[in-house]
Design a protein around this ligand. Structure first.
Ligand code: SAH
Length: 367
């Protein structure tokens, strides 16, 4: 049994941990030592932390612990992608995906149990929403992946990139996500470069301004439509934060991190947002924002109302945007044989919104 009165050390970034040690009558620099044990060595055994005094190790046993989610399933795709289903202490489950490539490896991390935004093309939306993840639950996904990939030390050649692109809207869990990203970039923890930590948002405009002031990571924005009328339908949060306001926030973010472009994600839905006219409108929208465009072929899920655009349609769309001078790549679909591709993450959400009840999917896969 875990003792929830004990502090979970995975919840603390360096600053919090320094304060924790000062509270214990210790020096703040102990934080760096403990972070190394926890995150670089993957250790949770206080007794073995020999550069801490015996008295301090005993004290840690009494007041602190390392609480990790339980791995329910670990799946391996034919293309090398791996997906873990993790059970949290309250029984909810989330998913984390590792995508190896020739010259890098990307870990895709969840920020909430489910999602409240209800984008029409996303499988996570169907599950409804339960709650924000804690700092410990966010960083534990990186810790689990390191341990599972056999990396006793966090190895930035294997997991070189982290994207906050799993389940949930990271900017609606602002404080915890920022603290967890602090740990990802902390040299005493995972030491990832700030260019290799990316936060993806559906466009929570005030939080983009806040993020600019709180930490310096790469920003990706799920745009998916070039007009408010269409985006209102696909990404309903657009009704609150329309495209013009979103673009202003993006220009501002890019101005504070010069030479860094914002990545815009655009899911290709057949007959919905994939015409050449949409491409032209998109060029206008992106005109004065330093941007990269990421076209994502729609990944279907049971009961999804859309089809993916045909390859030629995606290529034509890409060429038009490229010709207008915008760096554009089509994202390669990875891990779809284990439902690990973009938009397919589902986990197991104890839905508080009751949204999931509206989408009872017939078990077509069993036929
Ligand atoms: N809430 C954040 C983080 C999720 S990121 C955001 O919206 O950015 C997940 C990315 O996958 C987003 O760009 C999302 O729009 C995209 N996506 C969702 N469902 C998809 C699907 N079925 N096929 C392809 N991409 C999808």
């Amino acid at each position: 049994m875990t003792d929830t009165r004990k502090i979970n050390l995975l919840d603390l970034n360096r600053q919090d941990m320094g304060a924790f040690f000062v509270n214990q009558g210790e020096k703040a620099f102990r934080a760096s030592q403990l972070l190394k044990w926890l995150h670089q060595q993957g250790s949770a055994d206080f007794a073995g932390m020999t550069n801490l005094s015996k008295a301090l190790r005993d004290r840690l046993e009494q007041v602190a612990e390392v609480r990790m989610p339980e791995i329910v399933t670990a799946q391996h795709s034919a293309d090398g992608t791996r997906k873990w289903l993790l059970r949290l202490e309250d029984g909810n489950c989330i998913e984390t995906v590792f995508i190896p490539e020739d010259d890098r490896g990307t870990l895709c991390i969840s920020s909430q149990v489910g999602c409240s935004l209800n984008c029409s093309f996303c499988s996570t939306a169907r599950q409804g929403y339960n709650r924000n993840l804690t700092v410990g639950e966010i960083i534990a996904q990186l810790r689990v992946a390191c341990l599972e990939l056999g990396l006793p030390q966090a190895d930035s050649r294997v997991i070189s990139n982290v994207v906050m692109m799993g389940m949930g809207e990271p900017l609606l869990n602002f404080d915890n996500v920022v603290r967890a990203m602090d740990l990802m970039m902390d040299d005493f923890a995972y030491g990832l470069s700030k260019r290799r930590v990316t936060l993806s948002t559906a466009g929570i405009v005030p939080a983009i301004y806040q993020l600019r002031d709180a930490c310096d990571v790469s920003l990706a924005v799920s745009l998916h439509a070039p007009s408010d009328a269409l985006r209102d339908e696909l990404v309903p949060v657009n009704r609150k934060y329309p495209i013009a306001e979103l673009m202003q926030a993006c220009r501002d973010y890019a101005a504070t991190a010069p030479r860094r472009r914002i990545t815009f994600e655009y899911v290709m839905l057949q007959g919905i947002n994939d015409s050449l006219e949409h491409a032209r409108q998109l060029v206008q929208v992106l005109r004065d924002v330093p941007s990269k465009l990421n076209l994502i072929p729609f990944n279907p899920f049971p009961g999804s109302p859309y089809q993916v655009s045909p390859r030629e349609v995606i290529d034509r769309f890409r060429d038009l945007v490229l010709d207008a001078g915008i760096v554009t790549v089509t994202r390669r679909t990875r891990g779809d044989d284990i439902d690990a591709a973009c938009g397919q993450l589902a986990g197991k959400v104890q839905d508080r919104t009751r949204r999931s009840h509206r989408f009872i999917v017939p078990e077509t896969r069993l036929q």
